[in-house]
Write a protein that binds this ligand. Structure first.
Ligand SMILES: CCCCCCCCCCCCC/C=C/C(=O)SCCNC(=O)CCNC(=O)[C@H](O)C(C)(C)COP(=O)(O)OP(=O)(O)OC[C@H]1O[C@@H](n2cnc3c(N)ncnc32)[C@H](O)[C@@H]1OP(=O)(O)O
Length: 359
């Protein structure tokens, strides 16, 4: 009996090679791998030269995995082989000259970029099916509803402060600086008391925010609001109150709507950009304004002896609270550094992951 070569069609993906051997009613099929990259095929069947023994050898461009999947049908033999390293091959065989019996399988043929897209689509489908298998949190809507309402209330509060201050600035000019506290403090008290929830939320696992940055933020602002401005009447009509409140509210009127949209799974690019960029000038300015407020309050605490710690008579009368505040000034700049770094990382993470999604 004559030994002949069948017609073989091939195609590839990043991880696999497909061979279609044109042999009908094949029997005694023997497919084996020699070494890491040579496929040997032998079978009895009906090919181009009628009923015969057909065989071929293929030395692949790169090593392949030892397991070979084969499927016999009445018309052909399908072979699937996995590449050892998942990458695109520029050709099938080690030898540049293509064997005469080998041709592209146009039914399966994809070029590299199409195969890449097919791979990504498969990965996406896998991800969706894994996600749908992960058990859904039964309280998710309740949590989202609570966060949405919290963010809405904060947004309305800070917007009221911001609009009120802006309108008064336009009408009264610099004169508006001096009664900022009396016109907006109640709302600021309300918003900043509510902001304590921003420390509680990460502790309850409701948001991914780090506990420590949120604590620095809330505690830092509340010291200024409740201790420096709230307890010292002399501070309340100073221009610095205007700068502090204006800087705080300028970021919050963008941050809270950003969170609200996040709660309903929406991302509005200009708002996201403002949330992740405005802090760059505003945060240092805010801390500088707060530092000015602390420095201005030092002589007042010395004079009024408010919160001073009584000392044994041998050591003097009492220790002024201004010493604690001088220490706090140092802590404040440390806090600025920690949160600036945190916000910088958040910005990097946001824009790096967005870029990856686009390509
Ligand atoms: C005795 C006391 C001692 C204290 C010592 C303290 C020292 C204090 C020094 C510092 C003083 C600071 C004073 C403050 C000044 C100012 O504010 S100046 C004005 C400018 N300010 C700012 O720009 C800061 C604004 N604040 C913040 O950005 C936050 O408070 C933050 C904690 C600093 C950082 O935010 P973070 O939440 O970590 O980042 P995000 O990327 O926004 O969120 C992470 C993910 O979590 C989701 N999320 C967060 N909160 C919510 C929410 N309320 N609702 C819904 N979702 C939320 C968010 O969507 C993110 O999710 P993913 O996108 O899926 O990751």
């Amino acid at each position: 009996m004559q030994i002949l070569t069948p017609q073989v069609f091939w195609a590839q993906r990043h991880g696999e090679i497909f061979l279609r051997v044109e042999l009908s009613d094949a029997s005694d099929v023997d497919i084996s791998l020699q070494g890491h990259n040579t496929l040997q095929f032998r079978a009895q069947g009906h090919g181009a030269k009628g009923d015969n023994q057909y065989e071929f050898n293929l030395e692949f461009l790169e090593p392949v995995k030892p397991e070979i999947h084969q499927k016999l049908t009445q018309r052909q033999v399908d072979i699937k082989i996995r590449k050892r390293d998942e990458r695109w091959w520029e050709r099938l065989t080690l030898r540049e000259k293509k064997p005469l019996f080998l041709a592209p399988d146009f039914d399966r043929w994809l070029d590299e970029s199409d195969a890449e897209m097919e791979l990504q689509a498969k990965e996406k489908i896998n991800k969706i099916s894994v996600e749908s298998r992960v058990r859904k949190d039964p309280y998710i809507s309740l949590k989202k509803g609570y966060l949405f309402m919290y963010n809405l209330v904060q947004f309305l509060g800070f917007s009221w402060i911001f609009v009120n201050m802006t309108v008064r600035l336009f009408i009264l000019g610099q004169d508006s600086f001096y009664d900022t506290f009396h016109t907006t403090a109640d709302m600021m008290y309300f918003c900043q008391m509510m902001a304590v929830l921003e420390v509680v939320n990460p502790l309850l696992g409701l948001v991914k925010t780090g506990f420590f940055p949120a604590m620095i933020q809330v505690a830092g602002r509340n010291v200024i609001l409740f201790v420096i401005f709230g307890c010292l009447d002399e501070m309340q009509n100073k221009a610095v109150v205007f700068y502090v409140f204006y800087l705080w509210s300028s970021i919050e009127i963008f941050r809270y709507p950003f969170y609200m949209l996040a709660c309903i799974g929406t991302d509005w690019k200009p708002l996201t950009w403002l949330r992740y960029s405005l802090w760059i000038p505003l945060y240092p300015l805010g801390v500088v304004a707060e530092a000015v407020a602390v420095i201005q309050s030092l002589p007042i605490f010395d004079e009024t002896r408010l919160f001073s710690v009584p000392l044994p008579s041998a050591l003097g009368h009492s220790l002024s609270f201004s010493y604690t505040l001088q220490l706090y000034l140092v802590v404040m700049f440390l806090g600025l550094f920690i949160n600036f770094r945190h916000l910088y990382k958040q910005r990097q993470r946001r824009y790096r992951s967005r870029k990856r999604k686009v390509h």
